[in-house]
Structures are given as C-alpha cells and as structure tokens.
Design a protein around this ligand. Structure first.
Ligand code: CTP
Ligand code: MG
Length: 250
C-alpha cells in the first residue's frame, strides 16, 4: 500500500466518510493497427507473460480496494473469445462486457452507459496500459475523490522544443510544467457524463478524457504514476512491457 493510500484511509476513518462507489471502464475495443501485421490478432489479445494483454488491466482493477465494479469494452468480433477467457479467472468484482464504438471516445461513452446507476466515480483506463498496478490505481482514485477529477501521468524528462512549420526550433518549452497524460483518468460520474454530452453536442473530438472535463472548465489533478505505466502502441512497447513485467516478478 502506498503512503498516499494509507494516509487517505486514516483520513477517511477519522472523518467517518465512506468511500465513493467507483467503476472501472477498461477500453479494449481498438484495432491495434500500429502493432499488428494485417490479418493478425489485435494487441489486446496478444499473450503477455502468460495472459492476454487486456487481462493485466482487468486483474489490477479487480485487486484494487478502491474499485466496486468493472466494465470491459471490447470489439464485437472479439466478444465471445474474451467472454470465454474471462470465465477462466475467478474475479472478485462484477464485470460487464460491452461492445465498443469506432473511436476511443465512442467506446468510452459505451462504457459509461454500461456502469450501474449507483456508481459515483468512473475510472477510464486503456487496456493498452497493461502495466497499471493497484498502487497506481489507488493514488489516482483517491486524488479524484478529493478533487472530482484526477489523471495518471508522468513528468516529461526530455527537453521539449517548439518548432516552426519548416522544422526549425523556435523555442524551448519549460519542461517543469509538462506532464504526459496516462490512464486511468478518474472523474465524478455526474461531471464526466455532463462533459461527454457537451463534447457530443459540440462535435468536439478529444484525445483523452481529461480534455472532456477541461472543456467544462473543471481542473484535473495530475498524479505522478512514474514511467512504467506505458501504453503498448508498437512492437517496441510490447517488448518493453515484457521486460518490466518480468522484472516485477523476479
Ligand atoms: N480503443 C477502444 N475503442 C476504439 C479505439 C481504441 O476501446 N475504437 C482502446 C484501445 O483498445 C486501447 C485504448 O483505447 O486500449 C488506446 O488506444 P490505442 O492505443 O490507440 O489502441 P488502438 O486504437 O487499438 O491502436 P491503433 O491506434 O494503433 O490502431
Ligand atoms: Mg487508436
């Protein structure tokens, strides 16, 4: 258990507050075009250290004491296979399977529609971030419970340059103010639902869920989850994910 997690438990105990009910929506309905060879399996189904890639996230959320239920968003074509795989695991939490949409944003909306009414917070997570741990989940969820919206992220370590259209460096951006956004991104359900409606109405495309609530003027607390919480996008990422997972078990 991380220090933040322990501190939050103590604070909750002292104040007599119960923990808000929180659902995890795990997105695994992509095509994985940047990783797979044409015709081969999508990245969520690839085996990583003995388990399909999507299962790593499912098991991390299942093990988290901050999560009450899970929704796994999948492609229609993979629904049966994933349902069969899930039957081989004894999960502690209820898990609902639902079919995703053509874009990540559409899949996230389907996930939101599938969580139960009593949920107060939603943790949206990319199954492609298969190195997520219960400790990281705890840190982001507790930060969201304290401030309505929080995101996993990691500080930028490279020197970042702004360049002109023809490729010349214009200036150096102050790195100390920059973070790379990761998932999970966790929001109060009411806030997230309102934000998705507004984006839908304005036909506003977003690249992550934080952007949705940023558009409503809500601040998002950034939580440093370190550099291991990578997104598997390319073959190189998959190789790196294997190395990190092996190092954790040794
Ligand atoms: N995702 C989804 N539904 C979509 C597109 C993406 O649920 N229509 C999910 C992916 O399964 C992944 C996460 O969103 O877990 C982040 O997307 P990305 O890494 O871009 O995965 P893919 O879209 O599958 O890969 P690519 O963009 O290379 O095709
Ligand atoms: Mg994609």
């Amino acid at each position: 258990m991380s220090f933040t997690e322990k501190a939050n438990r103590v604070l909750r105990f002292l104040s007599g507050h119960r923990r808000p009910k929180t659902a995890a929506v795990i997105l695994a309905a992509g095509l994985g075009t940047r990783l797979k060879d044409p015709g081969s399996r999508t990245k969520q189904l690839l085996t990583l250290e003995g388990k399909p890639l999507f299962m790593h996230s499912v098991l991390a959320f299942d093990a988290s004491p901050y999560i009450d239920e899970m929704v796994l968003v999948v492609r229609k074509e993979e629904f049966r296979e994933i349902r069969r795989t899930l039957k081989g695991y004894k999960l502690k939490k209820p898990l609902r399977l639902t079919v995703g949409g053509d874009t990540r944003q559409a899949s996230a909306r389907r996930g939101l529609d599938a969580i139960s009414d009593k949920m107060e917070y939603i943790a949206v997570h990319d199954a492609a971030r298969c190195l997520i741990t219960p400790a990281m989940i705890a840190d982001v969820v507790t930060a969201a419970h304290a401030s309505r919206a929080a995101s996993a992220g990691t500080p930028v370590t490279d020197t970042v340059k702004q360049i002109s259209k023809d490729g010349y460096v214009e200036k150096t951006i102050d790195r100390s103010t920059l973070y790379r956004a990761q998932t999970p991104q966790v929001f109060e359900c009411k806030l997230y639902r309102a934000a998705t409606y507004v984006a839908l109405e304005k036909k506003q495309a977003v690249t992550d869920d934080n952007m949705l609530v940023e558009l409503l003027g809500q601040t998002v607390k950034m939580v440093d989850c370190g550099s291991e919480n990578i997104k598997v996008t390319t073959k190189e990422d998959l190789a790196l994910a294997r190395i990190i997972l092996r190092a954790r078990t040794n």
